[in-house]
Ligand binder design. Structure first.
Ligand SMILES: Cc1cc2nc3c(=O)[nH]c(=O)nc-3n(C[C@H](O)[C@H](O)[C@H](O)COP(=O)(O)OP(=O)(O)OC[C@H]3O[C@@H](n4cnc5c(N)ncnc54)[C@H](O)[C@@H]3O)c2cc1C
Length: 382
């Protein structure tokens, strides 16, 4: 009998746990740890911001996974010991034959003084829901979409948010009265995907009259005066602030020695193995440096595929097989643009010397394909 500890039941952890369940013997134990009660389908969160989805439509209870012969621990993970390997959650410790670390990235709005009080966090369900309420009530002024730090998950998401908000305002005939702008701590949108994709997103913003201000790092926000201050001394006002908070490695991961406090877990880019035997890390918690020198984007598509690969590798290890698949760095994403239109990009991020990514012409079909993806996500596991 084997025991695998899957730490985190988000995109990567869920994929790994399910693939393990398919590959291992029924008596092998798969333990899944998460502090949440629900699994969130994050790509749909952008639709909560514009009222196309209600918060309860983007979540499903993790409890249901017990029916699939997965052992669920719903508690805060407080410690990870890669030498066990073992995990401590809710005051109890489990030791396993393999550990898959999938704790994602922690959000740190408190890292910027005033930010949490001033705006709506685009990366939480509550923040997107409250952002929608504020948007509904907005009759004029300035909407600011702020990217407060890099790296952040889903490089397209804040740009999509700006375009969805723009489309919402146009539909409600309020666009003339409301300016929309994006202020980013990065030099270019989706830069890791290459200049063609960056240009496509920059053009899409310009076509919608969304002002784009790259290379602006926020230092503080004053909620009382509704002012945002940037490192170069620039100060701007806002009426509605939608923000992507700084991200950081989760505390128990930093404390475990698997990652530096100001960094991400280093893994073999193809096997996803950490520096410890029988410990793998997948998804947003990792920092995979590409041949281009940039980091592999933090995205669900990669977390999912890495989860599948690691599950296969663990199954091969237990079965004494040498042959096992590797992660190839391929991924794709939809880019919502408002008005029922989306773009699509697909590529090989491990290509040398730089990723090879193709941006497809935007259209309604990509938007419908994203809705189809959302349906298939729920159908396969719930
Ligand atoms: C608005 C938005 C839109 C997005 N759209 C897309 C998209 O279209 N395409 C795409 O590919 N990606 C998208 N993403 C990114 C994608 O959601 C993430 O990259 C993906 O979820 C990463 O998977 P993960 O398993 O590494 O981490 P997560 O899915 O974040 O899972 C980590 C899990 O660990 C749990 N956890 C963390 N710390 C602890 C602890 N101490 N104790 C217990 N549990 C803990 C969390 O509760 C969470 O469930 C989007 C993200 C956002 C926010």
């Amino acid at each position: 009998m084997h025991r695998v500890l899957v730490v985190g039941a988000g995109v990567g952890g869920l994929a790994a746990a399910h693939r393990l369940r398919q590959r291992l013997a029924p008596e092998d134990e798969i333990w899944l740890f998460d502090r949440r009660r629900e699994h969130i389908f994050w790509p749909s969160l952008l639709w909560v911001l514009t009222g196309t989805r209600r918060p309860e439509q983007v979540a499903r209870p993790l409890d249901a996974l017990r029916e699939r012969n997965l052992r669920l621990v719903q508690a805060e993970v407080s410690a990870i010991d890669p030498t066990g390997p073992s995990v401590t959650a809710g005051g109890r410790t489990w030791t396993g034959d393999a550990l898959v670390l999938a704790l994602g990235a922690d959000l740190d709005p408190a890292g910027v003084p005033g930010l949490a009080e001033a705006g709506h966090n685009l990366y939480t369900v509550a923040g997107s829901a409250s952002g929608f309420q504020a948007l509904e009530a907005l009759t004029g002024g300035q909407v600011v979409v702020l990217i407060a730090g890099v790296p952040f998950k889903c490089p397209a998401a804040p740009y999509e948010a700006a375009m969805l908000v723009e489309g919402y305002l146009r539909r409600r005939r309020r666009r003339q009265a409301v300016a929309v702008s994006v202020w980013a701590a990065e030099a270019t949108p989706m830069g890791v995907a290459g200049p063609a994709v960056s240009q496509a997103v920059t053009d899409a913003l310009a076509q919608r009259d969304i002002a784009y201000h790259p290379d602006h790092r926020v230092v503080r926000v004053d909620p009382a005066r509704r002012r945002i201050r940037f490192d170069a001394g620039t100060e701007i006002g806002y009426d509605l602030l939608l923000y992507v908070p700084p991200h950081r490695v989760p505390d128990p991961v930093a404390a475990s020695g698997l990652a530096p406090r100001d960094g991400w877990v280093r893994v073999d880019p193809r096997t996803l193995q950490t520096g410890w035997e029988r410990v793998w890390a997948i998804g947003d918690v990792t920092g995979i440096t590409l041949p281009s020198g940039k980091l592999l984007p933090k995205a669900g598509v990669f977390a999912h595929r890495e989860g599948d690969v690691v599950a296969e590798r663990i199954a091969a290890l237990f079965a004494g097989r040498d042959e096992a698949p590797v992660f190839d760095g391929h991924g794709e994403c939809f880019i919502e643009m408002g008005g029922g239109v989306a773009g699509f990009a697909r590529g090989d991020f491990y290509a040398e010397p730089v990723p090879v990514v193709r941006a497809y012409r935007p259209g309604r079909h990509w938007h419908l394909a994203k809705i189809g993806f959302e349906r298939s996500w729920w159908a396969q596991w719930w």
